[in-house]
Design a protein around this ligand. Structure first.
Ligand SMILES: [Zn+2]
Ligand SMILES: [Zn+2]
Length: 400
């Protein structure tokens, strides 16, 4: 099968779903059709067998989020008028003349290099992931002798933490409902007590080769969907997929110092791979609620502490909250309003190395109402201040 033929297959139609069907809808459709048309249930029924093969092939592509995206991209590239050089009906074959007569495994990344760039590069530059995917897809069987293991899909979720939890790190339980290894067959897809057998069509390679003129094409084996093995007795719980969707609780350890919007990756906690293949990863986007007291700047923790004029003028010691215990911070006599005092090492922990600092900003709070005592004391203070020669606007440019 050429890539062009491959792209022109309508896997969505084979599964009876729309192009925009969700992953779950696709899986549901596949399982229903696979069950109905399974060769064990329809001995000697060629139509059912063909349908079963088509459905398996379709699901091996659009049931896999990565492959599906690339399949969709390839299809839209083709419908946009792009034709694979050399794979059309005779038209482009001349372009490959330099290679005529040689048998080789079709390397589409070379084609892309030639087709798009004209320089014959093999990187598929300018084609995004498409060239990479096609190169890998077409040559996978030839290059490694085995299809590359397809992992389960990655999963994304979100959590919201308090500011202090995010700053200090926290371990929280997270409930997930997504495809997990089937507990009945331990993810193998084979009914307990049975084992998958090597696919006889592709001898376990997962790929079939087809000779077309000068070219040998590799394509995923239609009988095993590129798996290399077939399950003769599917596990009844998971219909041979090795995967069931269930609710499970995992523990997420969020490291100290995580910032709002940051993603934490949990390797292997995504969707289970089909038939025991490795699971995808779980990406947890962390949201952080603002705190009433603290803000942060990198790993420095910021806090603004209200003080009186007297505390700044005379100096003193103020009590300041931290992520842990409260601490006492000395304010030097004559400290200006709005000044920031740095307390080393009392900020947000770093994963390695010294923690950030605590930045304490002092802000004068002016009393709204004073009692008679305080009022007369303040009046005599203002007189004394004047007598001492202090003029708050002395150096102020606005006074000149
Ligand atoms: Zn199972
Ligand atoms: Zn096979």
């Amino acid at each position: 099968m050429t890539q062009r033929e491959w792209a022109e297959k309508d896997y969505y139609a084979d599964l009876g779903v729309s192009k925009s069907a969700s992953h779950d809808e696709i899986k549901k459709a596949y399982r229903k059709l696979a069950r109905e048309n399974h060769p064990d249930k329809n001995p000697g029924n060629k139509a059912a067998e063909d349908k079963f093969k088509r459905v398996s092939e379709a699901y091996s592509v659009v049931g896999d989020e990565d492959k599906r995206r690339e399949y969709d991209e390839l299809r839209s590239a083709l419908s946009g008028g792009f034709r694979f050089p050399g794979t059309g009906t005779g038209a482009g074959a001349g372009g490959m003349g330099g290679m005529g007569g040689r048998n080789f495994d079709f390397d589409v990344s070379d084609l892309f290099g030639g087709g798009f760039g004209g320089a014959g590069g093999s990187t598929g530059a300018g084609t995004g992931g498409l060239g990479d995917f096609l190169g890998g897809f077409v040559n996978r069987g030839a290059a490694s002798g085995r299809p590359k293991a397809r992992r389960g899909a990655d999963v994304e979720t979100e959590i919201t933490l308090d500011f202090r939890e995010a700053a200090q790190g926290v371990t929280i339980p997270l409930q997930l409902t997504n495809p997990s290894p089937c507990t009945n067959c331990n993810g193998s897809g084979a009914a307990p007590g049975t084992h998958p057998v090597t696919c006889t069509t592709c001898n376990g390679s997962g790929f079939t080769k087809e000779q077309k003129g000068a070219f040998a094409f590799s394509a995923p084996c239609p009988d095993c969907g590129g798996q290399g093995t077939r399950i003769e007795h599917p596990c009844p719980e998971c219909d041979g997929t090795g995967v069931t969707t269930r609710r499970r609780t995992i523990t997420v350890r969020v490291p100290a110092g995580v910032v709002d919007g940051q993603k934490v990756r949990l390797a292997g906690q995504g969707e289970a791979g089909l038939r025991g293949r490795p699971a995808g990863d779980l990406f947890v986007t962390v949201h952080v609620r603002p705190d009433e007291v603290f803000t942060r700047s990198g790993n420095d923790l910021e806090v603004t502490v209200p003080v009186s004029f007297g505390e700044l003028a005379l100096g003193g010691t103020i009590t300041v909250p931290t992520l842990g215990d409260k601490i006492r911070v000395r304010v030097p006599a004559g400290t200006a309003d709005g000044r920031t005092l740095r307390v080393r090492g009392r900020g947000i922990p770093k994963r390695n190395g010294t923690p950030g600092d605590l930045l304490v900003t002092v802000r004068v709070k002016v009393p709204k109402n004073l009692d008679d005592n305080a009022t007369s004391a303040l009046r005599s203070y203002v007189e004394a201040e004047r007598a001492s020669g202090f003029n708050p606007r002395e150096d102020w440019a606005g006074a000149k």
